[in-house]
Structure formats: structure tokens, C-alpha cells
Design a protein around this ligand. Structure first.
Ligand code: AKG
Ligand code: FE2
Length: 189
């Protein structure tokens, strides 16, 4: 991709089948409905979330510092798989559960200061296929990009991707089942 780097494995080797990982994480995760406050108004996020990592991997989000949940056996196993495939290290993971076609993620860049200047983010998708769309920060500099993320696929976002592009998951107009996405990250202290 122009002004960024994407690496995509349509079927990552996760040890167990993606369907098994999906059911396991769906059942094991203490999913939470989070809220964000924008201009003094509180909105529920249109998806469920969970945040795991090393105790030192604290994360500031909307002015709140949250301490991650300690790694579960499942997530440690997946983290090691993903580290091997992507040749990178991670100390935290954000899980998102898109319950149905109405759940989504707004356009954003993962460019918080604690991620460093050119973060490598590994994004693992399980369950229903959804489309990740990318929009360049300079209108007209590049065409929007739509990437289908099937169950078991691993997407690496590297280099200047977060500096030059925003990405998001749109709502769908047709019915769709649940999807879990995991973004493995390195948080600098
Ligand atoms: O669900 C996805 O594929 C995108 C997740 C994402 O962008 C994020 O967690 O920052
Ligand atoms: Fe993101």
C-alpha cells in the first residue's frame, strides 16, 4: 500500500482450527460494553471489548488509564503463534466482538503515543467475515482500500500505515453473525 505497509495471510497457522478458537474466545472472554465521552456526551461503543496484557502495558484511552487483564492460557498461546508468524513482539491485545451487522468501528488510526512512531499491529479475525476499509489522510492522495477479513486471517499493519491512513469496520445492511477481532500491540512504558 502507498504510504504504509500491509501484510496479509488469508489462513494463518493457529494450531487449532479458527472455528475452535472462535468458540473458545467467545466463551472465555469477559466481554464489556465500553463507553466513550465526546464533547461531554457519553456514547456506548457499538461492539463489546476486552483488554489483556502484561501488567506494565497500561493504556490511556479517553483520559482514563486502564490496567489490562492478565494473559489467559488461550491468549498466551495465540500471542506466541502470532509473534512467530509476524516476527514481532507484543505485550498486549485488544479484543473486539462485533455481535451482528449493526456493530462497527469508526474510522481511526492506532496512533496513540504509547504505541510509538511506527507501530506493528497484528490483527487476527475469527468468525463472520467483515470488511476493513482504509482511507488516506490526504483526500485524493490514494484510493480507499477495502480488505475482506475472513476467519483465520492475519493482517499486519506496519511502517507508516497509522501515520497516513485511518481504518474502520462499517455496519452492514444484510444480516451477519458474530465476529471476533484481536489486535496485538506493543505498548511502550
Ligand atoms: O475489527 C477490526 O478488524 C479492526 C480493529 C481495529 O481497528 C482496532 O482494534 O483498532
Ligand atoms: Fe485499529
Amino acid at each position: 500500500m502507498q504510504d504504509g505497509q500491509l501484510l496479509f495471510s488469508p489462513q494463518a497457522d493457529l494450531g487449532d482450527p479458527d472455528t475452535v478458537w472462535f468458540e473458545r474466545l467467545l466463551a472465555e472472554t469477559p466481554w464489556r460494553e465500553e463507553s466513550i465521552t465526546v464533547y461531554g456526551k457519553t456514547h456506548k461503543q457499538p461492539r463489546l471489548m476486552a483488554w489483556y496484557g502484561d501488567p506494565s502495558a497500561r493504556y490511556t484511552y479517553s483520559g482514563l488509564t486502564s490496567v489490562p487483564l492478565p494473559w489467559s492460557d488461550s491468549l498466551l498461546t495465540l500471542k506466541e503463534r502470532v509473534e512467530t508468524i509476524s516476527d514481532a513482539r507484543f505485550n498486549s491485545v485488544l479484543l473486539n466482538l462485533y455481535r451482528n451487522e449493526r456493530d462497527s468501528m469508526g474510522l481511526h488510526a492506532d496512533d496513540e503515543p504509547e504505541l510509538g512512531p511506527e507501530p506493528t499491529i497484528a490483527s487476527l479475525s475469527l468468525g463472520e467475515e467483515r470488511t476493513l476499509y482504509f482511507q488516506h489522510n490526504r483526500r485524493g492522495a490514494a484510493k480507499n482500500l477495502n480488505l475482506k477479513l475472513p476467519s483465520g486471517s492475519l493482517l499486519l499493519m506496519r511502517g507508516a500505515t497509522q501515520a497516513n491512513w485511518k481504518h474502520g469496520i462499517r455496519k452492514l445492511s444484510r444480516a451477519c453473525g458474530p465476529r471476533i477481532n484481536l489486535t496485538f500491540r506493543w505498548i511502550y512504558q
